[in-house]
Design a protein around this ligand. Sequence first.
Ligand SMILES: [Zn+2]
Length: 212
Amino acid sequence: MKTPETIRAIAVGVDIQNDFIDGSLAVPEGETIVAPFNRTTDAVRRIGGAVILTRDWHPKETPHFADYGGPWPTHCVAETRGADFSPALDVQPNDIILSKGMGQTDGYSGWEGTTDNGATLETLITPITRGQKVRVFIGGLATDYCVKATAIDIASNFADDERVTTYLLRDAVRGVNIRPDDSDRALADMRAAGVIEIDSQAAIAMLQGEVR
Ligand SMILES: [Zn+2]
């Protein structure tokens, strides 16, 4: 008997937090990603998929911050307004929250994030059955740092598992662009790792086609 093929959709929202939208490390046009990401998570939830939200959740003192020799202004300190998800982000009770950067590390990649129960992107994305196909749709901030690190880690860790496909929601990401071409280079690095670019509208159409 052939294993039945089932589809599981997962949206991963990377660091859609106040400090990256209107706070200490605001990403240019960062606010524009929220609406397309919300539309995508709505489509994901409608077919019973999971929404995973990563967040920078830093201690007050860390070598990640300029005051302690690091590259960035203080941002997303745990339990502060800057670390809260954007009020425009549609967060539902069943969404899964992964915190990262809690120690003395940069914590760019959601791959190192954990839930309160110890779940990780690896445990959450790994297909549950032999026939299950998992489609991962990534949006968030910022293209050239945490989105890039998270997308590359997902795609490369599942590179040998053809059941998992990693998509980047092209209109639901924005970059810091300290050098003007940083986002373009990040997109090229993600493509090289096997990440597929897709517009949120095309992703939603794909998800709607998978309702059966
Ligand atoms: Zn950070």
